[in-house]
Design a protein. Structure first.
Length: 110
């Protein structure tokens, strides 16, 4: 998983545990793809303050995940659900094939 997607998921999971400033800056940087300069201008702070907040926020997100492992649980659940959906789709295709075969048998008998 690339860093942008990973931070986005971590922010979704743990964002409420960050300071409002860290959460907002990480959201602007990772979810809205704003540069440090753009964020600094928008929030009227220095680029260095943005950089520090991003690094501190990333550290906190990874620290929380290392302790709680919620991202891994989320990924496992998602993979499980995707597997179940795949099985359901395969079953539906088999049922559709059986329906067509039965309709053909009925049509042949007239």
């Amino acid at each position: 998983m690339d860093k942008i997607a990973e931070i986005g998921l971590l922010l979704d999971i743990y964002g409420s545990l960050l300071t409002e400033k860290e959460k907002n800056i990480l959201d602007l940087h990772y979810n809205y793809d704003l540069s440090f300069g753009e964020i600094a201008e928008q929030l009227m702070i220095t680029r260095q303050a943005v950089y520090d907040s991003v690094k501190r926020g990333e550290f906190h997100l990874y620290e929380l995940n290392n302790k709680l492992h919620l991202l891994e649980q989320h990924i496992k659940k998602k993979e499980c659900i995707e597997g179940m959906l795949s099985e359901i789709n395969a079953m539906q295709r088999r049922l559709d094939d059986m329906r067509v075969a039965l309709e053909n048998m009925l049509a042949e008998r007239g």
